[in-house]
Ligand binder design. Structure first.
Ligand SMILES: Nc1ncnc2c1ncn2[C@@H]1O[C@H](COP(=O)(O)OP(=O)(O)OP(=O)(O)O)[C@@H](O)[C@H]1O
Length: 238
């Protein structure tokens, strides 16, 4: 499989707090990688570094073989769904979508989630009036809108109702089948179990393990990701 993202020796501190401690990992096309780990283990910092939103202290990140340092163009190939979307308060949903298309100078090429979430019927609603879940639907629709090679989803189903979360899961699996790389941070192990090809487990800023889901289950003799993790983590007593 083609390596899309290569992270090498990444270190990041905020003040005296070392958040990423020499993290190295590669991500290939056509797969779902769940980035798991306790609160504050560095998951969001890792994905924000890949997105160029956090500047690492040292180490490198290559996107399709080229360093992302001081470049913006690679971001056209990434769809990002933040943990909490921040949008102009008084902007309507329809205006937001139009603005994003104008900035990219490109029309939407993938409207699956827009339709699944019936967002077209809410184009007149202003962002400040939206419920948390509707805001998440807007963020999800935006992330997939231009059919990017890579999707980075930060706790995507937090706040979504079960049907909306299911629609997102189906969409993720469809895009994976189309050869896309999907990186997801999550605390919902049952979901990660259903859709992941690989599990990357971060603990205190270090990669504890990065394995395929079948390997994890085989090594532990467990059928469920939650039980496999419990066993692996208690063995290593973290
Ligand atoms: N901009 C920042 N300034 C200072 N500290 C930060 C900043 N961003 C993150 N941190 C700290 O870095 C640590 C890791 O944060 P991060 O958001 O990467 O964790 P996470 O694994 O995504 O956590 P969670 O599961 O709670 O979302 C936390 O202690 C957090 O407070």
């Amino acid at each position: 499989m083609e390596k899309i993202i290569a992270v090498e020796g990444l270190k990041k501190s905020f003040g005296r707090l070392e958040v990423l401690k020499n993290v190295s990992c590669d991500f290939a096309a056509g797969g779902v990688v769940s980035i798991l780990g306790p609160n504050a283990s560095g998951k969001t910092t890792l994905i924000k570094s890949i997105l160029g939103m956090v500047l690492p202290d040292s180490g490198s990140i290559l996107f399709k073989g080229k360093s992302i340092l001081n470049t913006f163009d690679y971001k056209r190939h990434i769809g990002y769904m933040p943990q909490i979307g921040h949008y102009p308060d008084n902007m309507q949903i329809g205006q937001l979508f139009k603005m994003v298309m104008d900035i990219r100078q490109q029309d939407a090429v993938d409207t699956d989630l827009l339709k699944a979430y019936q967002l077209e019927g809410m184009y007149h609603k202003t962002m400040r009036t939206l419920s948390g879940g509707t805001l998440q639907k807007v963020s999800a629709a935006l992330a997939f809108m231009f059919s990017p090679d890579v999707l980075i989803l930060d706790e995507p189903s937090a706040g979504l109702d079960p049907l909306a979360a299911d629609a997102l899961k189906e969409k993720i699996l469809a895009e994976r089948a189309n050869g896309k790389l999907v990186l997801i941070t999550s605390h919902i192990l049952s979901e990660a179990d259903e859709i992941s090809d690989h599990i990357l487990y971060l603990f205190e800023g270090k990669i504890k393990f990065y394995k395929t889901l079948p390997d994890l289950k085989m090594e532990t003799g467990e059928q469920k990701l939650s039980r496999a993790l419990t066993q692996l983590l208690s063995l290593s007593s973290c």
